[in-house]
Design a protein around this ligand. Sequence first.
Ligand code: F0G
Length: 354
Amino acid sequence: MRYMGLLQTYKEYLPVTDNTPMLTLHEGNTPLVRAEKLSDELNLDIYFKYEGLNPTGSFKDRGMVMAVAKAMEEGSRTIMCASTGNTSAAAAAYAARGNLNCIVLIPNNNIALGKLAQAIIYGAKVIAIEGNFDRALEIVREITAKHPITLVNSVNPYRLEGQKTAAFEVCDQLGQAPDYLAIPVGNAGNISAYWKGFKEYNAKGKSSSLPVMIGFEAEGAMAIVKGEPILNPETVATAIRIGNPASWDLAVNAAKESGGQINYVTDDEILHAYRTIASKEGIFAEPASAASIAGVMKLHKEGYFKGGEKVVCVLTGHGLKDPNIAIKSVGGDLLVVQDTEEAVMDAIRKLEGA
Ligand code: F0G
């Protein structure tokens, strides 16, 4: 049967009524790809939930299709969000699809190029503020409380409802929940949504077990790890450059209830994992996504795993979102040579020797 998107596929599990428009860009149904080399190297059974293959290139499409469909059902004309980039791309796309206006607030100079391009081309009104994501979210909350505009950040409960479907897919793809679910943590909505999804699927008898949830913040933005908000968060992984996560308590609860933890990884660890999964596994995910695999590498080094466990790493966004980081992190200028066979052969030898 033709796949018709999340609202259709999971309507019994979602707040879908007879009046909910069946909005879709055929989001969800993303592959679970086994990490062949890393599994051998770390003596684990590692899988990537490749969320970069959603319609706008990130997991945000799952929550946004639900939130925008409900906004339409409720007669809203305009949606608004703060974003480090992916939420705004998803909001802009689904607003275009559903004929709504979309306003997005982004931190100036701190969103990846691809994400900015998406918000603009989908036709959102894009406003960059001289402040960070946390400040942008405060402003969006203030404005949407006073005006007839629907807030579509993950504090909108429909967002987490949509996002929990990724946990359902992981269980169906593996036949049951994995032993561990490793995930980057920014505003802390996604880890909360996955945990909700795993618990609901387990309660319905669709998976016999629950995973241990292990979430990873970036070191320069590790508010939950430190136990206090961070005023000026900094990390190469701009998607999770967040100092005061909105779903803080839910994320702590997911870690606690599942016997897991919220930990952190450094920018160097993130970039190492980012390059490794691209060059060894053929999977290109954005830096924030690589926090999940960087975290598994770190815990492995510390002797956290017994060996042989099934670990699913959520790769939240596509690598093409942030082409500048890819080029910068590998380094070196492009080799330009004359258009002759000898020049190209010389260049090949030079690169092989490098
Ligand atoms: N990975 C990517 C690629 C993201 O874009 C985000 C969040 C996260 C991980 C963290 O997920 O916030 O649910 O803990 N991006 C948001 C945005 C903040 O505006 O696009 P979270």
